[in-house]
Design a binder for this molecule. Structure first.
Ligand code: KG4
Ligand code: ZN
Length: 369
């Protein structure tokens, strides 16, 4: 089953071709340079950039899939006849779309104007090419990113339900039970800012630009995490929810007390201390969740998992409990991408979870799992 998937939920224009869990192509156009100077994602600029790039990114994904994984993409007979007739010498999407079984698209959560671009394009392609449409929750995509395989089907491993998922991105921080394919239960989430957002905002206060997570990580590697003890919010609450806005405020007031010179001298220490407070908070509630569950495998996904220190801490948490943790196997799968959407769609297609009336599919910016 070959799926063309599209994700325009935030600031990456992404399209991919997948066959089951195998990634045949994963094209991503990042808008970071557009948003960098504003210190965050500007919704109407994101929409325009998605509109400008979406056709190119889809074409790129289809062509790459055809070139690199053509035997997965197209049956051998089709491939031979396509090459003979030179059907692929011209530049038409329709020629590639013949070999696609379904089209999948992210319909939430995300920025409304950004989501709209991907949804409109998916509807247009589905109607023109007579394909069924599969609607995907972006966070569901992040979960399935941990099960992705390369075009040869590696790594090879099976699902072993249930899983606990820790999803940490710029817009979300969630603990989710993954009970079976397409069956989820959110057991904890942030009541205000997401952990990625907390890192982005701290970086902005330090004048380090956007996105802040990778810069904070780089500085923290050279800093002393015990330089200042920032608060670990929500420890007293008996639930599994998170909160990062108090931590952000305490960082702001701490910076206010420092001179420019002190900030300059201690920028690495500030980054290390703040990052540790964010990660300790994530792990505190994760530990609490694990105490109450008989689950030994953690799925850890979302943009913030690109952080090596966080991954190391999560490995330690699970090792201590005799369990394991699954991360996305390829670097491109940490941040937003469409391959993860295509993989989630494969399992939805098996359950025949298609859109009944294509026209009715709409964006749901606050969609939850
Ligand atoms: O999943 P993602 O690409 O987009 C959303 O769906 O939000 O996550 C983006 C977030 C941003 O907050 C960014 O600062 C953070 O992931 N991030 C990192 C790192 N790389 C990206 N945070 C910490 N360390 C990193 N290396
Ligand atoms: Zn994301």
């Amino acid at each position: 089953m070959v799926i063309l998937s599209i994700d325009t939920s935030c600031d990456e224009t992404a399209a991919a071709v997948t066959s089951g869990r195998k990634i045949l192509s994963n094209a991503i156009y990042s808008q970071i340079l557009i948003h960098k100077k504003w210190g965050g994602v500007v919704p109407h600029l994101a929409k325009r950039a998605h509109e400008e790039r979406i056709n190119l990114v889809i074409e790129d994904a289809l062509k790459k899939a055809f070139r690199s994984g053509s035997e997965n993409f197209i049956s051998r007979e089709h491939l031979a006849s396509a090459r003979q007739t030179q059907a692929f010498s011209r530049n038409s999407l329709a020629q590639y779309l013949k070999f696609i079984d379904y089209i999948a698209v992210t319909y939430g959560p995300g920025l409304a104007p950004a989501l709209e671009v991907g949804i409109l394009k998916a509807k247009e392609l589905a109607k023109k090419n007579n394909k069924k449409l599969i609607p995907i929750n972006h966070m569901e995509g992040h979960i399935y990113s941990c099960f992705a395989q390369n075009s040869h089907g590696n790594p090879e491993f099976d699902f072993l339900f249930p899983y606990l998922c820790l999803l940490v991105s710029g817009g979300h921080t969630e603990l989710v039970l993954f009970k079976d394919h397409t069956r989820y239960e959110v057991i904890g989430k942030t009541i205000d800012d997401a952990a990625g957002e907390a890192l982005d905002k701290a970086a902005k206060m330090l004048g380090l630009g956007y996105p802040g997570g990778p810069v904070i990580e780089a500085l923290a590697e050279r800093g002393d995490p015990s330089y200042h003890i920032f608060p670990r919010p929500m420890r007293q609450s008996h639930d599994l929810n998170y909160s990062f806005s108090g931590l952000k405020t305490s960082f702001f007031y701490h910076l206010k007390k420092l001179s420019q010179q002190e900030k300059y001298n201690h920028v690495n220490d500030l980054a290390a201390s703040y990052q540790l407070a964010v990660f300790d908070s994530l792990i505190f509630k994760l530990d609490r969740a694990l105490d109450n569950l008989k689950i030994t495998t953690l799925i850890a996904a979302g943009g913030v998992m690109a952080n090596g220190m966080l991954r190391q801490k999560l490995r330690q948490v699970m090792k201590k409990r005799g369990g394991t943790v699954l991360f996305p196997k390829f670097k491109k799968l940490y941040g937003d991408n469409a391959a993860m959407i295509g993989i989630a769609a494969f399992f939805k297609a098996q359950k025949k979870q298609f859109v009944n009336d294509i026209e009715s599919l709409d964006r749901v910016p606050r969609l939850s799992l």
